[in-house]
Design a binder for this molecule. Sequence first.
Ligand SMILES: [Fe+2]
Length: 143
Amino acid sequence: MEKKLNVLLSDLIVFYHKLQNFHWYVSGLNFFQVHGQLEEMYNGILPQIDSIGELILMINGKPVSNMKQFLENAEIEESEGEFQNDVKKIFEVLKEDYKHLLNKAEEIKADADDKNDYLVSANMDELIGSYSKVIWMISQASK
Ligand SMILES: [Fe+2]
């Protein structure tokens, strides 16, 4: 459980920076809208990072806490620092990352439920709700 939560924590750190990377490097006619949307997304990830770190402490584990460890544990791929005006592509990449986070949260919830670990399970419920909503919104925008 602790290991899986640390992978999720590391994924969230990488994903936070990936969203900010796209926020900085998005270009083109849709800049204003997408730039703002990406900021909203990374601001949504920030409190989740803190919650998962503290959840690991609450179950008497040790959250990974430096960049070297985050990169060693993360499964989400970092993005290049290149200007990108293909908004559809940006959201395709992000949708896959949100799906990855959703799968991780569901996996952890299933483990927690097996062990009657209500605290971890409840924390995963929040993430599952949040990622499902973003995935749905990106899908709507891509139609
Ligand atoms: Fe900004």
